[in-house]
Write a protein that binds this ligand. Structure first.
Ligand code: FES
Length: 365
């Protein structure tokens, strides 16, 4: 159903919670226009209906308009997932002419200071101008803000900002600890009190705002007792193609050691989807161990998130420790407690911003 084209890992921002691989610098290869067009055609033949363009920053690709136009011609619903950097009026006109259906714009916060700090750029004003442009072109306004310890107390202001911008839809996504977010986990971890207050604010705002703007609050995994049905199940509805042509069942899957992800320039998307080891590895329920195997919810949550199981237990086939039935659930709680202790004692390491230099460092280059 979903084909996500991660057109490039290049990005003008340096967000501390970016989900891109921390070693992205080791792999700067990008598919060419013809190769992407071929991927889009194959994906549509396989039945994909939603097409997302993301990155990195997809606007850094000069051929984005051509890809959007072909996506639209093929019958996809086309989505641009962007920081807004590079979205000038001229560019937006070209994208609209190409038939782009939908734009999701990210903000880091409602305040210029925090927005600019978390992305290590001066982009708040620019993003605000892009938000106006998107409205001017009559697109539904979809804002995305990642939440964590540094901005959870601003939730009400974030909602007001989204309303003032005319957003129809606001996604408040508590940080998922993959990629750079995992590196900065202790710094980003919110307190329970922050989360409780933020949820109460969101509830009150939903009541007050009604249908004017829909607010989605993506729950913070580490504070839950039941895991999320990540990717709606591995190899079920979602296929991402990374900038270099690797086909991924989930955009964070590259962190899983020992997995070989098929290359779309060497194999057909059909063979990759149906027959590759990577896509079959956690498909269905045969791979499950206990307690997932005997769990009545195994077809609801699919054992949670494979990438999280790996990050927290060292084995992607384990039950996601977010689940209270996981024998490792206590470790998750210890991670939260340790993060809070470090915050209280003011002994946190400095945030690691996503950058080429830090990517080199973290990948030992
Ligand atoms: Fe990879 Fe959940 S993020 S399976």
């Amino acid at each position: 159903m979903w084909l996500l084209a991660e057109l490039t890992y290049r990005c003008p921002l340096h967000c501390v919670f970016c989900y891109n691989p921390v070693d992205y610098i080791a792999n700067r290869k990008e598919l060419g226009t013809e190769q992407w067009l071929d991927v889009l055609r194959q994906g549509r033949k396989l039945g994909a209906a939603q097409l997302g363009f993301s990155g990195g920053e997809p606007l850094l690709r000069d051929d984005l308009e051509d890809l959007v136009a072909e996506g639209r011609r093929l019958g996809y619903y086309t989505n641009l997932i962007t920081s807004g950097i590079g979205l000038t009026e001229e560019r937006l006109r070209r994208l609209a002419d190409a038939g782009l259906d939908h734009i999701q714009l990210s903000f880091q916060d409602s305040t210029r200071e925090m927005n600019d700090f978390l992305s290590s750029t001066r982009t708040y004003e620019l993003k605000s101008r892009v938000a106006k442009l998107i409205k001017q072109f009559d697109y539904p306004m979809v804002l995305n803000v990642v939440l964590h310890r540094y901005n959870l107390d601003h939730v009400e202001r974030i909602i007001e900002m989204a309303l003032a911008m005319g957003a129809e839809y606001l996604e408040l996504a508590n940080t998922q600890y993959y990629g750079w977010g995992l590196v900065n986990r202790a710094q980003l971890m919110p307190t329970r009190e922050q989360l409780r207050k933020a949820e109460a604010v969101v509830e009150a705002c939903r009541e007050r705002i009604g249908n004017r703007m829909r607010i989605l609050f993506v729950v913070p995994d580490y504070f839950e007792g039941r895991p999320k049905a990540c990717m709606n199940g591995w190899g079920s509805v979602f296929l991402a193609v990374a900038a270099d042509g690797a086909a991924l069942p989930c955009h964070a899957a590259r962190a899983i050691p020992g997995m070989v992800f098929p290359d779309v320039t060497k194999e057909s998307l059909r063979d990759i989807w149906y027959d590759s080891d990577a896509f079959n590895k956690f498909r269905g329920d045969a791979w499950m161990k206990e307690p997932c195997r005997g769990c009545e919810d195994k077809h609801k949550d699919f054992g949670g998130c494979r990438c999280q199981a790996l990050a927290l237990t060292g084995d992607a086939a384990n039950t996601d420790p977010v689940c209270s039935k996981s024998p490792r659930h206590g470790e998750l709680q210890r991670i939260v407690v340790q993060a809070h202790k470090a915050q209280a004692a003011d002994v946190l390491k400095p945030l690691v911003f996503r950058s080429d230099a830090n990517s080199r460092l973290l990948s030992g280059m």
